[in-house]
Design a protein around this ligand. Structure first.
Ligand code: FAD
Ligand code: 2HG
Ligand code: ZN
Length: 450
């Protein structure tokens, strides 16, 4: 152990090797507090060359490596659970290139946060397509590794769709780099996309070349009260069919709203209470506002046009995650369903949750068919409710992870969404690129990986 620490200190500098348990603790507990572990140390390399040399040193000492960005992941993929591992924090990889306005692209280091990237693009009159409530901490590398979705997925796609190339270090220390930003490039396997969503199991991403979009005019935000999820899905579809500029279509329910209001001290958003709510952001062109106001479901709705009022409405949706965490340690089950199955899934979910003696807070990105089922009550170590909810989603033709990934939380249940043939192919890729199982063992696949 001492030998490994000395080697790592020689590579990244002693000040960037953290072994003091108090300092390491922040890197070995996840954002939800459901996953707590320990690590030999945390290292904070400053560039791809240091990442490469550090990976080789860890391999020589048989120390597994857990890549970590902002540690906002919600499936336990970025924290070391057993004390042998080395956490490799990418937060020092903060190079942020000038915005290439001709191509509408930018190169960003893996440790740049989404808030920094979005602000950088905005200064050039452009927009980065991914945004999420964890924006102040979530990193470029972490969002690529999880293929993060977020509030604008229905407008711009998930992180994958923003990705034109990346720089990454593979388990054997080799560096792959495609940061040239060439959009038309048919030269064999698409390694960039292979690493997107790989959750730190195939390589350590050190930088990325990202697509930027033309900034849209300030959006209009609408919050409407509705009688049920079916009505919310129908309202979301109605807005999208009538207006081209829908940037977000989000969903939450009375139980979540009550938690958020109590936690944040917010007033009721509308004159009456409703079972559920649709929050939509619309980049309205001339004439669209009148068409919007004519929509039937807007019987009781708040409409905000200026930034402060819009933020006020968004708080009811965006503060769900923190309000739930303040109430307990949640089981986070992030499913997506065919939109036509949402109502049936939601009705049966109540029975599953009642059987578990738990309570569920349900919200999400309804425009993408994505529901975040947060279950409070069961012990953090008890997977029974996870199993039941994910089985229910699979039975309705849904996926067990819409945007947060598989991580450690769902590795044992990957088979619910992927066939045996697919899992075998995925394991073959893992074994080819990381034959020693150096990177993030236990994430995505249950061990052993061979
Ligand atoms: P981490 O949590 O540090 O790591 C996540 C995974 O990526 C781990 O498996 C880790 O090993 C791997 N990883 C990290 N960096 C690298 C790298 N450089 N190279 C290789 N592997 C790496 N997610 C959504 O999709 N949509 C949302 O709307 C959303 N909202 C959120 C709101 C809140 C309040 C919170 C707390 C989380 C939210 N998340 C959301 C989840 C989380 O923010 C995303 O999963 C995000 O992509 C994680 O980024 P991170 O930098 O924190 O990564
Ligand atoms: C969101 O959409 C995030 O707010 C977090 O994906 C979801 O806390 C959650 O379950
Ligand atoms: Zn989400």
């Amino acid at each position: 152990m001492e030998a490994l620490l000395a080697e790592l200190a020689a590579i990244v500098g002693a000040e960037h090797v953290l072994a003091d348990p108090d300092l390491v603790a922040g890197y070995t507990t996840d954002w939800t507090r459901r996953f707590r572990g320990s690590a030999r140390c945390v290292i904070r390399p400053g560039d791809a060359r240091e990442v490469s040399r550090a990976l080789l040193a860890c391999a020589r000492h048989a120390a597994p490596v857990v890549p970590q960005g902002g540690n906002t992941g919600l499936v336990g993929g970025g924290v070391a659970l057993d004390g042998d591992a080395v956490v490799m924090s990418t937060r020092r990889l903060r190079r942020l290139g000038p915005v290439d306005t001709l191509a509408g692209q930018v190169t960003a280091g893996a440790g740049v946060t989404i808030a920094e990237l979005r602000a950088h693009a905005a200064r050039a009159g452009l927009e980065y397509g991914v945004d999420l409530a964890a924006r102040e901490s979530a990193t470029v590398g972490g969002t690529i590794a999880t293929n993060a979705g977020g509030i604008h997925t229905i407008r711009y796609g998930a992180t994958r769709a923003q990705l034109l190339g990346l720089e990454a270090v593979l388990a054997d220390g080799s560096v792959i780099s495609r940061l040239g930003g060439i959009q038309a490039d048919n030269t064999g396997y698409e390694l960039t996309q292979l690493l997107a969503g790989s959750e730190g199991t195939l390589g350590v991403i050190t930088a990325a070349r990202l697509r930027l979009w033309a900034a849209e005019p300030p959006a209009l935000t609408v919050l409407a009260g509705l009688p049920g999820i079916e009505a919310a899905a129908a309202a979301s579809a109605e807005v999208r069919s009538l207006l081209p500029g829908v940037r977000a279509a989000e969903y939450f329910e009375a139980a979540g709203l009550a938690l958020v209001r109590a936690h944040a001290g917010l007033p009721a958003p509308l004159g009456s209470d409703y079972p559920c709510y649709l929050l939509a952001d619309i980049s309205a062109a001339d004439g669209d506002t009148e068409r919007l106001m004519a929509l039937r479901f807007l019987a009781d709705a708040a409409v905000a046009m200026d930034a402060q009022a819009r933020a006020g409405l968004w708080a009811y949706r965006e503060r769900h995650t923190e309000a739930i965490s303040a109430a307990g340690i949640p089981h986070k089950l992030d499913v997506a369903l065919p939109v036509a199955r949402l109502a049936a899934f939601r009705a049966e979910l109540d029975e599953v949750i009642a059987k578990a003696g738990a309570r569920a807070i349900v919200f999400g990105h309804i425009g993408a068919g994505n529901l975040h089922v947060n279950v409070l009550g069961p012990d953090p170590g008890d997977p029974a409710v996870d199993d039941a909810v994910l089985r229910l989603a699979a039975a309705h033709g849904g996926t067990i992870s819409a945007e947060h990934g598989i991580g450690r939380a769902k590795a044992a249940m990957l088979y619910l969404s992927r066939s045996a043939a697919e899992i075998a192919a995925m394991r073959a890729v893992k074994s080819a690129l990381d034959p020693g199982g150096l990177l993030n063992p236990g994430v995505l696949f249950e061990p052993p990986v061979h």
